[in-house]
Design a protein around this ligand. Structure first.
Ligand code: HEM
Length: 495
């Protein structure tokens, strides 16, 4: 036998031994830990054992997590449990089993310490670095700063950013829509959240620093947030510099008595229940957290909206006609009320979000034994300490809620159908629900509608790359690769 063949055989043997050993250890730990809690009065959910999981590995590798989870849902139902090493994970699919997940008290179901990886991203004086009561008060600051009455003042700055940005496109050309939308959304965030000082003078630096912060979202940082890998080092450097920039702005505003209309100002002026002012460090952390929470998600949904509309000409024609109708009534004027009339555009964005959420599921941890009741009426007991994953992506595709769920059909949300409402609370959960529902939903729709109404009025667009697939390698899902779009300038006539 040649030496190289011999090496290959040895390698294969070691690989086989390693897999065998790892599998044996996993089975042992799983069997040792996965016992139902005697305190649970209801039977446990169906258990997906390690052998079934290993058999699904090829499906996971070739078809991806959504198909794999759908298989498990079809086989085991809307609640099932599995274990990964020493951790029990219970999965929930559908609105019927989701109320406690979204609405349970902190002593029943909580976010636990699973978001600890965000502490070095946002700093030590806010979010998951502070106690629950302070965190909830900060979430109320977000809700107040982003409520519709406050959003009206953001329409003009958003419009200005969008007009200026697309004015730089030529008469015709090809662009990567994903990249373009990412940039414009960051410009809007700089203007409306951080304020004019950053937008005018420091945008380039902020853009780069934010990419550094985003490096903190990876598997290693998730498991070991402080492990000295280069990505964590870049994240820490970026946060320190971003914080300095925000401090400078706040101090300059205070020194010169300048008061702005942006979200930063609202956070600076917020007070905790006991009358304390927000500290500079807390405000800096909160504003970084807000930009982070809104940027990727909005860019993702706007890109999918483009990909869906440009491949479904029936709906593209309808949203263009809707713009014409609005122009007939309001000419070129766009304000908060005019934007609220763009109902088909709104549904088109909502439908793109339904089909392509930025996450497979949302995570919580049970703090005590809980009971969930399925739509068929079966009750299961889930023990204290389980990780809960609410598979919102699968909920969005349930055929008892959404007719032909694989079909892009914005009309499903229009009066007369309203499938999400008929399906019941939490049928549409891409913005979460209950106590931690996304406070930025209205802001997100506002900016995406402003961008898309501008694009529809001023450009003819064609998708030239294939319809994108989901990039499962990313922690926060996004369209895979470039989304190439051919544009040609036009001015939409209203008649
Ligand atoms: C299309 C865009 C967006 C999507 C799909 C989205 C989705 C979500 C989801 C699913 C959650 C709940 C997470 C959970 O339950 O664990 C959430 C929370 C949150 N979102 Fe959004 N979001 C979007 C835009 C925004 C924007 C623009 C902002 C801010 C300007 C924002 C700020 C937040 C914050 C601060 C939270 C945490 C709330 C809490 O923990 O109570 N989001 N978002």
């Amino acid at each position: 036998m040649h030496d190289s063949n011999m090496d290959l055989t040895m390698d294969a043997m070691w690989l086989f031994l390693a897999i065998f050993l790892i599998t044996a250890i996993i089975i042992k730990i799983a069997n040792a830990r996965v016992t139902s809690d005697p305190g649970c009065t209801r039977p446990p959910p169906p258990m997906v054992n390690i052998i079934a999981l290993l058999k699904l590995l090829p499906t996971l590798c070739t078809k991806g997590p959504e198909v794999t989870m759908t298989y498990l849902y079809n086989r085991f139902g809307s609640v099932f449990t599995t274990s990964f090493l020493w951790k029990r994970i219970s999965f929930l699919v559908g609105p019927e089993v989701s109320s406690l997940f979204f609405q349970g008290s902190e002593s029943e179901v909580s976010q636990g310490n699973m978001f600890e990886f965000t502490v070095p991203m946002f700093g030590p004086e806010n979010g998951f670095a502070v106690d629950y009561s302070t965190r909830i008060q900060e979430i109320h600051f977000f809700i107040d700063a982003l409520r519709p009455s406050q959003l009206r003042s953001h329409v003009d700055p958003m419009l200005r950013e969008v007009e200026d940005y697309f004015a730089k496109w030529g008469e015709e050309g090809v662009v990567d829509l994903k990249d373009e939308l990412n940039q414009i959304l960051m410009l809007i965030a700089s203007r409306c959240l951080l304020g004019n000082e950053v937008r005018e003078k420091l945008f380039g630096e902020i853009y780069t620093l934010f990419s550094g912060i985003e490096e903190g979202v990876n598997l290693v940082s998730f498991m070991l947030p402080y492990f000295p890998v280069p990505a964590n080092h870049r994240r820490d450097k970026a946060r320190i510099r971003l914080t300095e920039i925000v401090y400078d702005i706040m101090r300059s505003r205070k020194t010169y008595g300048r008061v702005e209309q942006d979200v930063l100002q609202k956070l600076m002026d917020s007070r905790y229940k006991d009358g304390r002012r927000t500290t500079e460090a807390a405000v800096a952390g909160m504003i970084i957290a807000l930009i982070f929470a809104g940027k990727h998600t909005s860019s993702n949904v706007s890109t999918w909206t483009g990909a869906c509309l440009l491949t479904h000409t029936k709906f593209l024609d309808v949203v263009v006609e809707e713009q014409r109708e609005i122009m007939r009534k309001y000419k070129d004027k766009i304000d908060y009320n005019v934007l609220s009339k763009m109902e088909t555009l709104h549904s088109s964005i909502k439908e793109a979000g339904r089909m392509h959420p930025a996450t497979l599921g949302l995570i919580r941890q049970t703090q005590k034994n809980i009971t969930v009741r399925t739509k068929e009426g079966t009750e299961y007991g889930i023990p204290k300490g389980d990780t809960l994953v609410n598979l919102v992506m699968l909920t969005s595709k349930l055929s008892h809620i959404y007719k032909d769920p694989e079909v892009y059909d914005p009309y499903r949300f229009r009066p007369g159908r309203e499938e999400d409402k008929v399906g019941g609370r939490f049928s549409y959960a891409i913005f979460g629900g209950g106590s931690h529902v996304c406070p930025g939903e209205a802001y997100a729709f506002l900016q995406i509608k402003i961008i898309w109404s501008h694009l529809l009025r001023n450009f003819e667009l064609k998708l030239t790359s294939p319809f994108p697939k989901t990039d499962w390698s990313k922690f926060m899902l996004e369209p895979k690769g470039k989304v190439l779009v051919n544009y040609k300038r036009r001015h939409l006539e209203s008649n």
